[in-house]
Design a protein around this ligand. Structure first.
Ligand SMILES: Cc1cc2nc3c(=O)[nH]c(=O)nc-3n(C[C@H](O)[C@H](O)[C@H](O)COP(=O)(O)OP(=O)(O)OC[C@H]3O[C@@H](n4cnc5c(N)ncnc54)[C@H](O)[C@@H]3O)c2cc1C
Length: 377
């Protein structure tokens, strides 16, 4: 049997006989396509971003993006759907409403700029300042490794309006990408160029108060609630991604001749594959169980547990699959490249170490949850 195509081993064709994959599609073009098809609104209850996430809608859109496009394009959509748009929707006023309407229809992309020039794992150390007075706000500082930075019409910027680490010192500001003082450059990353990843600096960017999103001082609590949903989105997407890659890997193994049969006939190969399947099953079960708590109650513990699970399961599964592709995995656009991109599951939106700290803080509740009534004997 001939070898499957060397490029895009994770599927030159979309799963389940759907349209072919377009792995060259940019994040902004993918976003526009989802908007034009009317799929963005289905991610929210009743189609209204202010009513919260519809878990099935979010799962469907992420699985669709994953089936059709490469990881960077799906990342671009995921950040906007799960975090950027819901955070923007906590604001009011003409500037907010205009950007929200354009983004929700796919006509514009919106970047969520939280990670600063300081360590992303130390968020309250961020340096970007928002000097707020009765007439407006002046933003000064810089943000790094921001998805959609090179394509965004606006940046939703987490800035400090007061010095110090106190949780009430931070505020969201909507900064148009073409405002005087904004400078954008692409991140030095071929792996994530398709997501529009980039760095942005703000040199005394002066805006009126319409650009303050939500109440001054509420930036961090709002971020905590919505990053919980991003963690749920990561788990939902992680299941879809692992399923797709395992499907394509199994197709390869069952088609690759080896001795009298195929690679799939080798016990060790099958067991290695099965171990990866078990991990995806675990992630899927945990996601199903935790999704309502995160989507309806913004449960930070449940979200951190999901993120820790996805952050270890996805890189493990993709690492196993990449190995099973042998040399072909190293082809351009091949499984080794996909594996490298998927390492982001353990870093973006909170590294595995940081979310494990949150899990540890809630250890008692987790142990209580696992308990059963001990019967009298
Ligand atoms: C492709 C891509 C897209 C991104 N998109 C966005 C975006 O749209 N918006 C946004 O705001 N940010 C975005 N980010 C940034 C991302 O959220 C950060 O990379 C992440 O929060 C980690 O921060 P850092 O890279 O500064 O790592 P650092 O803070 O420098 O940490 C480096 C490493 O140190 C270790 N470490 C750190 N803290 C601890 C700890 N407490 N305990 C144990 N070990 C620890 C971990 O191993 C960690 O990986 C993106 C990043 C990438 C690569």
């Amino acid at each position: 049997m001939p070898e499957l195509p060397a490029t895009d081993p994770a599927g030159a064709q979309a799963a389940d006989g759907a349209a072919p994959r377009d792995t060259a599609m940019s994040g902004s073009a993918a976003w526009a396509a989802l908007g034009a098809a009317g799929h963005l609104a289905r991610v929210y209850r009743g189609g209204d971003v202010r009513r919260g996430i519809d878990v099935d809608g979010l799962a469907d859109v992420l699985a669709t993006a994953d089936a059709r496009w490469a990881i960077p394009a799906t990342l671009s959509a995921s950040v906007q759907l799960a975090t950027a748009l819901p955070v923007l929707a906590t604001g009011t006023g003409p500037a907010v409403e205009r950007v929200l309407a354009r983004a929700l229809s796919g006509r514009a992309t919106l970047a969520l700029a939280a990670t600063d020039t300081t360590a992303g794992t130390d968020l309250t150390a961020l340096r970007t300042e928002a000097a707020v007075d009765t007439t407006g706000v002046v933003v000064t500082g810089g943000k790094k490794w921001i998805t959609n930075a090179t394509t965004a019409e606006s940046f939703l910027v987490l800035a400090r309006h007061r010095p110090g680490r106190h949780f009430a010192n931070f505020t969201w500001v909507l900064v148009p990408a073409d405002a005087p003082g904004v400078a954008i450059r692409p991140a030095p990353s071929t792996l994530y160029a398709g997501s529009g990843a980039g760095h942005v600096s703000f040199d005394a960017v002066s805006l009126n108060r319409e650009h303050l999103v939500g109440r001054v001082g509420f930036g961090l609590p709002v971020f905590a609630r919505h990053i919980a949903v991003e963690r749920l989105a990561g788990a939902l997407w992680g299941v879809a991604l692992c399923r797709r890659v395992l499907t394509d890997t199994r197709r390869r193994l069952t088609g690759r001749e080896h001795q009298e049969g195929t690679l799939w006939n080798l016990g060790h190969v099958r067991q290695r594959f099965a171990a990866a399947l078990v991990r995806v099953r675990e992630l899927h079960a945990l996601t199903e169980r935790s999704a309502p708590r995160v989507a309806e109650h913004y449960d930070l513990q449940a979200a951190a547990t999901l993120k820790a699970a996805a952050g270890t399961t996805v890189p493990y599964v993709l690492g196993e699959c990449a190995h099973l592709w042998g040399a072909t995995g190293f082809a351009d656009g091949g499984m080794q490249e996909i594996r490298a991109q998927a390492a982001l599951f353990g870093i973006g939106g909170g590294t595995t170490e940081v979310v494990l700290e949150t899990v540890a803080e809630g250890a008692e509740r987790v142990l209580d949850d696992l308990g059963r009534e001990v019967l009298q004997l």
